[in-house]
Design a protein around this ligand. Structure first.
Ligand SMILES: Cc1cc2nc3c(=O)[nH]c(=O)nc-3n(C[C@H](O)[C@H](O)[C@H](O)COP(=O)(O)O)c2cc1C
Length: 395
């Protein structure tokens, strides 16, 4: 693919003056000499070994209890429901069986992202995703479940709860023939690799729009190359600027993992992220580096290369404020995402532009919408690497 000049210099509309250039070059050289210190500074990123907490005797005894034959259906449902996508792969939801027909869905406060996800709206909306995934999971096992969201829920306070918060109940209500959707739960993945530079058929967008509308949300699709390029550039700008926000960066640092992707785990690992360990370490070890013009341009260029071949930008718009609105929004997102998987279409949410109010305002202005809550890039890609899931989400 031909690399255009504005892709190489996406963050500066004006060319750098010679004086600015030599200033930034000196700063860059100085910064590069500190890279070994950067790697040192990043020793605090969690690794596969450091993310498994201590198991208490009470937890061990509950695990033994849940291995009983009467809980087999919950074990099977939970095993598939683990595949529900969550922001930063935080996996905050647990299924807590009460009896062989009833379970609670609870959220763990320490897995919310209150500094980045203001008001906990995105993680709370993932409850809607989790509920929809649980329904599909049960259907593939031949049973029908009814999920009721608890109401009211103090969404903005979810990260402060001292015990797991019950967000809903799931009841096995009957039998249903197995659906063919089981494989879709696995095929639906976030694709952060380059896309195949091919337009998705208009009929597919019509079908996806109808799914959004059935849940009260509007799916807006754009494929004009200038709109796609400008949005990808805005996103990389937001990503880099957000690295400069100390509280947000320190919060998400906790979810970035380097090393080989383990079979079981949570968080964002370098392969599914399509970022090298060095890039991840540099981003968190010395975020100031990325504000030096040349390093910023190099980082943006490298990041945009991971997104080449993108032909569509998609916006999801609709009510995204109250608890029940968030649940419905999450359900809409899941329904669209799983249907994309059926058509072989992948996507990558680009949340950094919407959690940062300045960028959210630019999205609103560019697209002429005031209620957009998710921006994605979408298209065809090779099968992306799988993100790990925790071994069990039964509680
Ligand atoms: C509400 C929501 C927002 C997300 N935002 C982003 C994002 O901004 N950037 C990104 O690369 N992935 C984003 N993701 C994707 C998750 O990181 C991904 O679902 C998770 O790591 C599990 O991987 P999987 O989707 O491949 O199963 C988001 C997911 C959800 C549910």
């Amino acid at each position: 693919m031909e690399i255009r000049d504005d892709v190489l210099h996406p963050l500066h509309e004006e060319p750098l003056s010679r004086r600015e250039f030599s200033k930034s070059a000196v700063a860059t050289i100085a910064a590069l000499t500190t890279l070994s210190a950067v790697v040192e500074a990043c020793a605090t990123l969690p690794t596969a070994e450091s993310i498994h907490g201590e198991v208490t005797p009470a937890e061990l005894s509950r695990r033994a209890e849940l291995s009983g034959v009467e809980w087999a259906m919950w074990r099977d449902i939970a095993h598939l429901a683990r595949l529900a996508p969550t922001p930063h792969n935080t996996q905050p939801f647990r299924i807590r069986p009460v009896d062989p027909h009833t379970a609670e869905i609870v959220a763990l406060s320490e897995r919310f992202l209150p500094d980045e996800d203001h008001g906990n709206r995105y993680v709370a909306s993932a409850f809607g995703i989790f509920a929809a995934t649980t329904e599909v999971a049960a259907a593939t096992l031949g049973v029908r479940v009814r999920i009721l969201a608890a109401d009211p829920i103090d969404v903005a306070g979810l990260h402060r709860a001292s015990a797991p918060t019950t967000l809903g109940t799931v009841t096995i209500v009957g039998d249903k023939g197995p659906s063919s959707d089981a494989r879709l739960l696995d095929l639906r993945r976030t694709s952060r690799i380059p896309y195949l530079d091919r337009l998705v058929d208009a009929d597919v967008w019509t079908a996806l729009r109808a799914i959004g509308e059935s849940r009260g949300h509007r799916l807006l699709e754009y494929n004009a190359p200038d709109v796609v390029d400008a949005t990808l550039k805005l996103n990389v700008d937001a990503l880099i600027d957000n690295l400069g926000l100390d509280r947000e960066r320190e919060e998400i640092r906790h979810w970035y993992r380097t090393g080989p992707t383990p079979q079981f785990g949570d968080g964002l690992w370098e392969r599914p992220l399509n970022q090298s360990a060095f890039e991840i370490r540099a981003a968190f070890g010395s975020p100031g580096l990325f504000h030096l013009p040349i390093i910023r341009q190099l980082a943006a260029h490298r990041y945009l290369n991971t997104q080449h071949g993108t032909r569509h930008i998609v916006l999801l718009c609709g009510a995204f404020a109250t608890w029940l609105e968030l649940v419905e929004a999450g359900r809409a997102l899941f329904d669209i995402w799983i249907e994309m998987a059926r058509y072989g279409v992948y996507m990558q949410p680009m949340g950094s532009m919407l959690t940062n109010p300045a960028y959210a305002a630019r999205i609103a202005q560019r697209f002429g919408v005031t209620d957009c809550w998710l921006v994605m890039r979408a298209g065809y890609s090779d099968l992306p690497p799988r993100a790990p899931r925790l071994e069990s989400i039964l509680l």
